[in-house]
Design a protein around this ligand. Structure first.
Ligand code: TXA
Ligand code: MG
Length: 325
């Protein structure tokens, strides 16, 4: 089901009334509120169960609207916006006075992106302003990539769900901090480091984790996590580890690496990972949800090669396997 004009009008009315709308984007579904309404913003944090110090991304309808939200647009930001917007890239810039501190978690910078999804762009055009939208999941859990995931995860917490079909990228946007002397990568995502470096003409290092000024995304050890425990092993160990845990009576779910797709697997639930990183990224969160739904208590997987989209997939699996609170 794809959003009709009436759906867009309803969503705009909900945003104007201070409500929350589930917003389809090319990466994951967002939980959207009017970025200039502090009361609506407070509801986002409450519904997600997210600490209010954890800043939100402002979504705007086009690069030409950027000036209204930020204090300045450095050359690197302009180049990246020209190359990748609309698209799965978020830029961190110095905020303008228009951006409430509720959006930025008290920081003097703001994260902004133009999503490449026709329904999101229609909504932003009709709404006119910016919408703050974190991923539409409970804090720490797996991001939703379908409207059904949002309903299952947030239920009545969201006032209106815009259905834009399954997300085509499947992992969150790449976040680049362009507010300092030179760009740094805060979160790998739908735009690869190689893509960024090709446009900028120089290396883009990872942002310094632990810097007291910067809230590096996913700084909490466990993030993007299903209910089942996630254990990462070398690709050639996946089937053997699964067989051992299966024998011990665990309800094992396995993400089978492409090289081993044809071998038999001793496990409760088995998903063969696509060989194409784009297909893997698109499917990843659905696989984790699926294994949870099948009642797995342990998921065994391996990291894909860390290049291109594989870097974002490896980052999310690494966090899913991180220590839980
Ligand atoms: O693809 C996406 O980016 C999705 C869709 C809905 O657009 N949104 C998303 O939002 O992933 P969220 O809230 O789950 O993740 C946003 C991340 C947070 O981890 C936050 O730390 C970081 O962006 N962030 C936001 N503002 C920031 C800032 N001023 N400085 C550093 N990091 C910031
Ligand atoms: Mg999130």
């Amino acid at each position: 089901m794809i959003a009709s004009t009436a759906d867009i009008e309803k969503a705009v009315a909900v945003l104007r009334a201070g409500g929350l709308v589930a917003l389809p984007t090319e990466t994951v579904y967002g939980l959207a509120a009017d970025a200039e309404d502090p009361v609506a913003l407070a509801r986002i944090f409450q519904v997600k169960g997210r600490p209010p110090s954890h800043p939100l991304i402002v979504h705007i309808g086009g690069a030409d609207r950027l000036e209204g939200w930020v204090a300045e647009v450095p050359e690197a930001a302009r180049k990246l916006a020209d190359a990748f917007w609309p698209g799965p890239l978020t830029l961190v810039l110095r905020r303008s006075a228009r951006v409430p501190l509720e959006v930025t978690g008290g920081l003097e910078t703001v994260a902004v992106r133009v999503p490449a999804h026709p329904v999101a762009l229609r909504l932003l055009e009709a709404f006119g302003g910016g919408v703050a939208a974190p991923s539409a999941n409970r804090f720490g859990s797996v991001s939703p990539t379908t409207a059904a995931h949002v309903r299952a995860e947030l239920g009545d917490g969201v006032d209106f769900v815009l259905d834009g079909g399954p997300c085509t990228v499947g992992v969150e946007s790449t976040i680049v901090d362009v507010s300092g002397a030179s760009p740094v990568l805060l979160r790998p995502g739908g735009i690869t480091r190689e893509d960024l470096e090709a446009v900028l003409g120089h290396p883009v290092p990872d942002g310094a984790a632990g810097d007291s000024e910067v809230r590096v995304p996913g700084q909490h050890p466990s993030h993007y996590a299903p209910s089942a425990t996630v254990v990462l092993v070398e690709p050639e160990q996946v089937l053997a580890e699964a067989a051992v845990a299966h024998k011990q009576g665990r309800r094992v779910g396995v993400l089978v690496p492409p090289a081993y797709a044809d071998l038999p697997v001793d496990a409760h639930a088995v998903i063969a990972v696509p060989a194409s990183p784009a297909d893997y990224a698109r499917g990843l969160y659905g696989y984790l949800r699926d294994l949870d739904e099948q009642g797995c208590d342990l998921i065994i997987a391996s990291l894909p090669p860390e290049r291109g989209l594989g870097t974002a997939i490896a980052n999310r699996l690494g966090r899913a396997a991180g220590p839980r609170p």
